[in-house]
Design a protein around this ligand. Structure first.
Ligand code: ADP
Ligand code: MG
Length: 241
């Protein structure tokens, strides 16, 4: 599991994550919701060891991400997809997907590329496998990005606003891929503004407000939160609908 305890992170004088405790077990789909600036991306970046944390502890399958020797192991277990399609422009879709298995896992290139084609197939991109990123639509690029994370056979998939740069049609392409992964039992931490979609695929909702996790609830409990019990959640939900 991913285990986060007492996590604090500041940038200069600004405390961005102020004592976060969160556990994500295998097989769960946890959506992280919260207003813009509440610390969602910073949380994902901390799990990935992309930000140095100020206090607390984050482990991924018991590997401590703040220890350089353990971070590589932790990273192998959690694949991340970001909002912007950070594909290598000079590599085809297949080459992008096969890169890390070849470089990091030392999978023979031929085998890695065959597996990459299968993954691209599974997201409806068999015809575009040899295209370069510039020849793909945003939705197609984001599907390649998801395949690239999956190619490392991660235990956990971390997704940070993967549809927020896409138009509605492309968004639904990508969300349907994620729904299939969720059904297939892929563990996901899903940062999103797609509230209704989060409701449909999540087992739990974690709600961040000004750097604090003010709710961590089974999905239906979250969505039935009342103004009396959880005023910030109720206010957030009423704004999003
Ligand atoms: P969210 O993803 O929920 O919109 P972020 O985690 O991106 O929120 O940002 C939370 C806060 O931290 C924001 O106020 C943002 O300006 C600040 N922040 C994020 N990254 C940095 C950084 N590298 N340096 C300084 N401030 C940052
Ligand atoms: Mg963000």
């Amino acid at each position: 599991m991913i285990s986060i305890t007492g996590l604090r992170k500041s940038f200069g004088a600004a405390t961005v994550l102020n004592g976060i405790d969160l556990e994500i077990r295998q097989g769960e789909v946890v959506s992280v919701l919260g207003s813009s600036g509440s610390g969602k991306s910073t949380l994902i970046r901390c799990i990935n060891g992309l930000e140095k944390i100020d206090a607390g502890k984050i482990t991924v399958d018991n590997f401590d991400v703040s220890k350089p020797r353990e971070l590589a192991e932790a990273r192998k277990r959690s694949g991340t997809v970001f909002q912007l399609f950070n594909l290598y422009p000079h590599m085809t879709a297949v080459q992008n997907v096969a890169l890390a298995p070849v470089e990091v896992l030392k999978v023979p290139r031929k085998q890695a590329e065959a597996e990459a084609r299968e993954l691209l197939n599974s997201v409806g991109l068999s015809e575009r496998a040899d295209a370069y990123p510039s020849q793909l639509s945003g939705g197609q690029r984001q599907r390649v990005g998801i395949c690239r994370a999956l190619a490392m056979k991660p235990s956990y998939l971390l997704l940070d606003e993967v549809t927020s740069a896409l138009d509605p049609e492309m968004t639904s392409e990508v969300l349907s891929i994620l729904a299939n992964l969720a059904k297939g039992g892929t563990t996901m931490v899903f940062v999103t503004h797609e509230i209704e979609f989060a409701r449909s695929i999540s087992s739990r909702i974690a709600f961040l407000d000004k750097g604090q996790l003010i709710a961590d609830l089974p999905t239906e409990d979250f969505f039935s939160a009342t103004g009396m019990a959880l005023p910030r959640v109720a206010q957030f939900l009423s704004k999003m609908r």
